[in-house]
Design a binder for this molecule. Structure first.
Ligand code: SAM
Length: 281
């Protein structure tokens, strides 16, 4: 963290217009949905724009700013390197491992649509689909629609007769017989999937919340409608631990964290930190 010198920062500042352009292109390909890495890079760009390197700026950088600058240094570094390199060059320069779970230069994709998932979620969600065999998947936050399509394809691969309902303020624009895109604000989920409709949706359910900040309304609404064995998967939940924890305390014992999935690659290695929840009563 903060492993950079004044010279690194000066060089980065001189490359700022190039880096800004690269970032704009990346976001355009992602339909302007930033990953967490992108958000850090955007923060670092702002820090750099306002940074006066003639004074002692290191003292003034917050932890989050340092982390953001570290990320931008990597983004810049990877862009300046050729994709194909000799083994000798790589061994001589660095054998350490970097890990950017949502991708550094680009995000993941499914059938050429941008898929804003961490690589761990990308591995674990298909495993849940395979094991749970959900008849209904409710996704909050469609993005480009890639994730709904990806999950619908996994239903098909596993011969599951199921359907994906995917909600977004800005719904995806393509059609697929296994997906229903629903336009609306998930904070008012009761109007988007009314109770009468929800009662008809076959179980098991897999509810994937990827909209951030909608989890309170989503959990409160669906909890009484869920059956034993249904699952909730709250992505990017590291800032939502208190909300989820409070909810679980109020609904004593109605959900348990399924650590087989949360800890699959090591403790809480997925983005759904402590938040792959199985309804148990
Ligand atoms: C991180 S993206 C989803 C990415 C997608 N699930 C994927 O894996 O590629 C978050 C999405 O949530 C949507 N969103 C944010 N707040 C929302 C809300 N209150 N109700 C519905 N959708 C919302 C945004 O429009 C955005 O498309």
């Amino acid at each position: 963290m903060g492993n950079f010198s004044t010279e690194d920062i000066k060089e980065l500042k001189s490359r700022l217009p190039i880096v800004e352009e690269l970032m704009a292109k990346k976001l355009e390909l992602q339909r302007n949905i930033p990953s967490y890495t992108d958000k850090k890079i955007q923060r670092a760009i702002k820090v750099l724009e306002n940074l006066n390197t003639s004074i002692d700026f290191f003292e003034r950088l917050s932890f989050a700013d340092q982390e953001a600058l570290d990320t931008l240094i990597n983004f810049n570094f990877y862009h300046q390197n050729n994709r194909f390199q000799s083994m000798a060059k790589r061994r001589l320069t660095n054998i350490n491992t970097d890990h950017w779970p949502q991708g550094m230069l680009s995000c993941l994709s499914w059938k050429n649509l941008p898929l804003i998932k961490t690589v761990e979620d990308y591995a674990v969600i298909p495993l849940i689909i395979q094991n749970l065999r959900p008849r209904t998947i409710i996704e909050i936050g469609s993005g480009s629609g890639a994730s709904a399509l990806w999950m619908a394809d996994h239903l098909q691969i596993n011969n599951i007769n199921g359907k994906v309902y995917s909600i977004d303020i800005h719904p995806a624009s393509f059609e697929n017989k296994s997906i229903e895109f629903i336009k609306g604000d998930a904070k008012q989920i009761e109007y988007l999937i009314p109770k009468k409709m929800a009662l008809d949706l076959p179980h098991p359910w897999l509810i994937v919340d990827d909209a951030h900040q909608t989890i309170q309304s989503v959990l409160a609404y669906f909890e009484p409608l869920m059956h034993i064995g249904d699952y909730v998967y709250v992505e990017d939940s590291f800032k939502q631990q208190e909300i989820i924890g409070e909810f679980l305390m109020i609904k004593k014992n109605s959900f348990l964290v399924d650590t087989f999935y949360t800890d699959f690659f090591g403790r809480n290695s997925v983005s759904a930190k402590n938040s792959i929840l199985k309804k148990i009563k």
